[in-house]
Design a protein around this ligand. Structure first.
Ligand SMILES: *[C@@H]1O[C@H](CO)[C@@H](O)[C@H](O)[C@H]1NC(C)=O
Ligand SMILES: *[C@@H]1O[C@H](CO)[C@@H](O)[C@H](O)[C@H]1NC(C)=O
Length: 452
């Protein structure tokens, strides 16, 4: 009985931390199982989820389980846990007593669960994490979205008890959690972390400096700080310059002030930089020198002049550009987005060497060269989405509101000189020949000219 109970408790806790009364729905093709409204005693429904690799639990409450006696699993339970197929578990819309979490987390060490996600959950109280000391878990990715808990500050003790596990963690997301601080100790602990997503929090310039204190996150490759309260480009550079392996950085949707004359150097490893919607009215400097992808869309840029040798993809849509940037400083450029600017013409000859150009929603001047250049780019499949319906002429008046695609650019319309000059020449030659005939053969006019 004891063993049965302990097995049951283990399965239930793992596959939902509790007994499920609501329904579970398995999607076999996706190997995905979702359970809703967990409540009373019923393990039955959860059995359905056994073939799934992703199991989700939405709704319900866990407080009543916080007091359950949970013992160490026996050999049979350990076998059973090891044979579960589940790799990812999602908990959503739940109140989670931290006490309970602290007691069941170690059960995961017998499973092959790689990823654990909490969405819109509230962690309550404080758990006793001593049992986790020295425990290693197979979980490599941990995600919290819109989760509330006791503040992280001042919990270094708990964190260090989880140290053996956290030191191996590879991905962490703490998004939409109203985070204002991230203790430096966390970064020091997360020595293997490769990806950190802190989007949609309230981190300011100073808390960034504190979170990325020396030696924090030594292996970090991807960092998102999208939509926080950062305001200093220079400050962000100063805080992040010590991340030796950083490749992808997202600072989009912050209101950044550029820092003219800043001497800060970004990590040279940076390849992808997202400055979309960052309130920029000029290109900030310095930029990381080895960038391959730069997104500065949705800003207020009026002019862009870049020199980035390795840049492959440049996104400048939804700015206030009146002239396309010169591609000369970016010899490796392959893709350029210029949608929604104020461009009346494109340097289409220069753009021909790119693989992809997007320039929908600009007020095009449909001269023969302009319209013809765009049509030629489109003809070679170089224009991205939006062709032809979003490429509209603004001028000359005769073409206003017409699609660029519909502007006639045949030689007759566009380069009449190209046709008229040869025709005139021909006429002139014929005329000259005729006149010659007339002069030379005036007496025998009809005969001589027939012979010519
Ligand atoms: C399983 O998921 C796929 C893709 O989301 C969906 O098309 C299909 O209808 C689902 N099957 C069931 C039984 O819900
Ligand atoms: C940059 O971030 C925005 C969100 O702020 C996103 O929509 C966009 O796709 C990102 N750009 C790139 C190149 O990933």
């Amino acid at each position: 009985m004891d063993r049965l109970l302990s097995t049951q408790v283990a399965v239930v806790l793992l596959l939902g931390l509790l007994r499920v009364e609501g329904r579970c729905e398995l999607n076999r093709t996706e190997e995905h199982c979702a359970c809703y409204n967990l409540s009373e005693e019923s393990v039955g429904s959860i059995i359905q989820c056994l073939p799934a690799t992703v199991v989700e639990f939405w709704g319900g409450e866990l407080q009543s389980f916080a007091g359950l006696p949970i013992r160490d699993p026996d050999a049979a339970t350990i076998d059973m846990l090891g044979s579960l197929l589940v790799r990812k578990i999602v908990f959503g819309d739940l109140l989670v007593p931290e006490e309970l979490l602290a007691r069941v987390l170690r059960f995961f060490s017998y499973t092959q669960v790689r990823e654990l996600a909490f969405e819109r959950c509230a962690f309550q109280g404080r758990g006793d994490w001593r049992q986790m000391a020295g425990q290693e878990l197979p979980i490599l990715a941990l995600r919290f979205h819109r989760v509330s808990s006791a503040p992280l500050a001042g919990r270094e003790q708990d964190l260090s008890l989880l140290g053996s596990w956290l030191r191996a963690l590879q991905e962490l997301a703490l998004t939409g959690c109203r985070l204002t601080h991230l203790p430096c100790a966390i970064g020091r602990l997360l020595g293997a972390l490769r990806s950190l997503d802190l989007a949609q929090n309230s981190l300011g310039d100073e808390s960034l400096g504190a979170a990325f204190c020396g030696e924090a996150f030594p292996r970090l490759q991807a960092l998102s700080l999208r939509r926080n309260r950062l305001s200093s480009y220079h400050g962000a550079c100063r805080s992040l310059q010590r991340l030796p392996q950083l490749q992808h950085l997202d600072l989009s949707q912050n209101e950044l002030l550029p820092a003219p004359g800043s001497s800060c150097r970004w990590p040279p490893s940076l390849q992808t930089f997202n400055l979309s919607g960052a309130g920029l009215d000029e290109v900030p400097a310095p930029l990381p020198p080895r960038l391959e992808v730069l997104d500065m869309s949705h800003n207020h840029l009026r002019a862009v002049d870049l020199s980035l040798r390795f840049l492959k993809r440049l996104l400048l849509s939804h700015n206030a550009l009146r002239a396309a940037p010169s591609a000369a400083g970016c010899p490796a450029l392959r893709s350029l987005s210029l949608d929604g600017n104020l461009l009346s013409e494109l340097p289409w000859q220069e753009l021909q060497r790119l693989r992809e150009v997007a320039a929908a929603g600009n007020p095009f001047h449909c001269s023969c060269a302009g319209a013809g250049g765009l049509q030629a780019l489109a003809g070679r499949g170089q224009l991205g989405q939006g062709w032809p319906q979003d490429y509209v002429c603004q001028s000359p008046p005769g073409y206003q509101g017409r699609l660029v695609e519909a502007v006639p650019v045949s030689v007759v319309q566009c380069r009449p000189a190209a046709i008229i000059v040869p025709i005139c020449l021909l006429l002139a030659l014929l005329g000259a020949a005729g006149a010659g005939c007339l002069l030379r053969a005036r007496p025998g006019l009809a005969r001589s000219c027939r012979g010519a």
